[in-house]
Write a protein that binds this ligand. Structure first.
Ligand code: NDP
Length: 434
């Protein structure tokens, strides 16, 4: 704490991982040698820079840009860029640390990183967004490379922003290497990348349920958020026979007791992805209820898929979900459940799995995009979906291997943390003290 003052989210993420690792390291003391843990929690490099840009009225704005290059132990730094006013070094360090373990779980050769800016895209014109992305890249480009650091999207950074940044990067470097994933299909993007995080989260939930001889078919599901991850979580949950009754944004929650349909999801995607509107607009369009300022967690459901942002589900929310009979919680967003919430789920035998296991589908598809770009080939949708499902099943298996308790139940937090750690730690030990 003294070394990283004020970095609450980073402390929260590291503490949670360390709680999982202590018992494992007690039995495997070689992982405590050579200050391995001290090295693991210190990013290899954190870059902080000024981003100056001009708005449509000619006024100059100054934002702060970041890239945390956490670990290259098993491959190039890999992780998204986030544009949101809440972005700071603590949040990006927590995300980059988690990303390192998550990427290891995929078994693909990717290290961990995360970046972004405190820029707020809300209310900005397309031209302002483009100018900001270009200004951000004028510094970041020198730190990236297909074998060095390969960013992707995250909150506030979707296909449009990746396009603008890729364009500027090419202009600055005169190269067309794969330095971003999440690219448009017309310039090197991969099928299934947009769907992969949401789909992967639902595939993981289905694996957890399958293990206890259940399935999503016929279950009620609450999804939070309404962005990229949430939209495709809704789509896949529906296609597996679940009834999805909520979505949300930072203004409030939509509750639709009739459940989503393909048509309603089309309306939501149009409002969020093309009109950059709010879920309240969506509720009005489809005649659903909108609860301003409310989260989805008091609505009775069997399965909860938090897909918005960190710490969006606290101990009280978890208690409300448990009271209403929730059986499974799979995290689409990064670290949406607080430690209090996780304790409540654990105490009440709810199947709960953390983001680094559940939402690894996104970075998995990114890793597959890198492979296709390197080969100058495009795999078909079915091939990519099959690989995605295989990898998610593999991550579930790794959680079972490292997280099964004496009574036969599974602690997915411990399982994911230990499995990811072992891979990164083995690579670090093999490469010496660097
Ligand atoms: P988007 O920007 O597409 O959507 C984010 C959603 O979360 C929006 O509905 C947004 O609402 C909501 N949200 C953001 N901040 C808050 C807040 N403080 N309170 C309530 N709602 C909020 O982002 P993504 O869908 O890409 O990302 C969502 C989560 O998933 C993040 O945690 C991200 O790190 C994680 N993730 C994403 C991956 C991807 O492939 N996209 C991969 C792995 C993880 P509003 O418009 O009001 O801000």
């Amino acid at each position: 704490v003294a070394r990283n003052p004020g970095e609450d989210e980073f402390h929260q993420a590291v503490a949670k991982v360390m709680q999982s690792l202590w018992p494992f390291i007690r039995n495997h003391p070689r992982y405590a040698e050579h200050s391995l843990l001290d090295r693991l929690v210190e990013p290899e490099r954190s870059i902080v820079f000024r981003v100056s840009w001009v708005d449509d009225k000619g006024e100059v704005h100054v934002n702060r840009g970041y890239r945390v290059q956490h670990s290259s132990a098993i491959g190039p730094y890999k992780g998204g860029l986030r544009f949101h006013p809440s972005v700071n070094l603590s949040i990006l360090k927590f995300l980059a640390f988690e990303q390192t373990l998550k990427n290891a779980l995929t078994t693909l050769p990717m290290g961990g990183g995360k970046g972004g800016s405190d820029f707020d895209p809300k209310g900005r014109s397309a031209n302002e967004i483009m100018r900001f992305c270009q200004a951000y890249m004028t510094e970041l480009y020198r730190h990236l490379g297909a074998h060095t650091d390969v960013p992707a999207g995250d909150i506030g950074v979707g296909a449009r922003e990746i396009g603008y940044m890729t364009g500027m990067l090419k202009k600055l470097t005169n190269r067309t290497d794969c330095v971003f994933t999440g690219k448009g299909l017309s310039y090197g993007g991969s099928l299934i990348r947009p769907e992969a995080t949401g789909y992967g989260t639902v595939y993981f939930a289905e694996e957890m349920l399958r293990r206890v001889k259940r399935s999503l078919e016929g279950l009620r599901v609450a999804v939070s958020g309404s962005g990229n991850v949430a939209q495709y979580a809704v789509e896949k949950a529906m296609s597996l026979g679940a009834t999805v009754v909520t979505v949300s944004d930072s203004d409030g929650t939509v509750v639709d007791e009739d459940g989503f349909t393909a048509e309603k999801l089309g309306v939501l995607m149009d409002i969020k992805n093309r009109q950059y509107g709010r879920v309240s607009d969506y509720a009005e369009r489809v005649g659903a209820q909108f609860h301003a300022g409310k989260r989805p967690w008091t609505v009775p459901v069997d399965v909860a898929l938090p897909c918005a942002t960190q710490n969006e589900l606290d101990g009280d929310d978890a208690a409300a979900l448990v009271k209403n009979g929730v059986i499974c919680v799979a995290e689409g967003a990064n670290m949406p459940a607080t430690n209090d919430a996780i304790r409540v789920f654990d105490d009440n035998d709810v199947l709960y799995a953390p983001s680094k296991a559940c939402n690894a589908g996104g970075v998995t598809a990114s890793g597959l995009e890198m492979s296709q770009n390197a080969m100058r080939l495009s795999w078909p949708h079915e091939e990519l979906d099959r690989r995605l499902q295989d990898i998610i099943r593999g991550i579930h298996g790794a959680c079972i291997e490292h997280g099964t308790r004496d009574d036969g139940s599974v602690n997915y937090v411990d399982g994911a943390n230990v499995a990811g750690f072992v891979k990164v730690a083995d690579a670090m030990l093999a490469q010496g003290v660097v």
